[in-house]
Design a protein around this ligand. Sequence first.
Ligand code: DLL
Length: 437
Amino acid sequence: MKYQYRDEKTECMPRRDLEALQLERLRRTVDHALRAPFYRERLSAAGIRDGGGIKSLDDLKRIPFTSKKDLRDGFPWGFLSIPKEDVIRLHTSSGTTGIPTTIYFSRDDLARWTGYVARCIYGAGCNKSDVFQNMITYGLFTGGLGFHAGAEEVGMLVIPSGPGNTTRQFRLMRDFGTTVVHATPSFLLHVETKMKEEGVKRESLFLKRAFAGAEPYSEDTRRRIEELLRIDVYNSYGLSEMNGPGVAFECQAKNGLHIWEDGYIAEIINPDTLEPAAGGETGELVLTILCREASPLLRYRTRDLTGFYDEPCPCGRTHRRLRRITGRSDDMLIINGVNVFPSQIEEAIMAMKEVGNNYLIVVEKEGVLDKLTVKTEVGPDVFMDDSRPLNALRERIRKTIQASITVNPRVELHEHGSLPVSEGKAVRVRDTRPKDV
Ligand code: DLL
């Protein structure tokens, strides 16, 4: 395969040069950070008075972690490190409650961010002849505007459709010959369900690729979307604290997400001991952003669980690859004492052909015990009025989930396309148990 690069020199840079570049940028970032009230205090307490004090990348360890709580405590201006009049945009995190975490951008910050997103898009094999339909939320969420700018930079024709209204989405796809779409994986599955419902023929569309991210999904879900929609799906990872999308992305080899190490320093730590995770072990991703001056963030604890792939990528890029993010350390459900990640349930069910495109995990208190219910849609070929095969399917799903998580779930089957779909990130878990105060 002929791999496509936007900036081959940087993307395939020898590791030694890449690390030298990281060190230089880390020093500059620390200098910037020292202008923000939060870091002035935090870094001085750690004995760091200027970027020059960072002698090697190993010195990163001297810098304390930054948490989401720190960001909230510093709201609204505690992390700002340039004059307010030089800020030209802000974005906030997708959290729906409490104080949002806010990130500011200077003009140069936006240009750099756009460059990283364009690098991702190009690396997935797109170019200016593509028509790009951005079916993700615009606004404070970084997915819409971030990809919009990156796609324009590549020179694709951008259709800023946003999510929702599948009938209009199909019309736009047909009218303008959309070749690439961007959406959450759950919305892509919904699009496929609606395609069947609305009788849209796959042959009437020109789709080749999709970028899917902003929420965790399994390899089976990717395969399912690829097979049903007959497209290549590229995993896209990012978070608003690190600009948004454009942090890590799959290349055409589609085996792990290259994290752009000229813009980010990635560490994987054990979330309990806070020590580096050994080798390719799974742990919490900690990121330092090197490409933003307005709101620097040093050693930010993302809570996302992943690990590095050690072997080199056939594409020749030297930037390390992250494994598919399976979820967040704070996603973990404890059900009658057993630790369960929603991704384990998704992995168990999405490999089953008779299971439809949508599911919901419900955890409730029943007396003193926790009760887990997994509601899944059935595929379009499964008839809801034929109880014998339905009971057998329900039992098979129950056993598959139990084998994976050891908890015995109640399984409810729902008609294809009948469970609620959200326009933004999918809500996969409803936990109604009273919270310990
Ligand atoms: O979701 C930014 C984004 C937009 C990424 C569009 C990709 C595409 P936030 O709303 O701040 O930002 O949410 C970030 O979403 O910490 C992960 O927990 C999760 N997440 C994002 N991408 C992936 C992915 C955007 N590919 C949080 N796989 C992150 C798994 C993901 N989880």
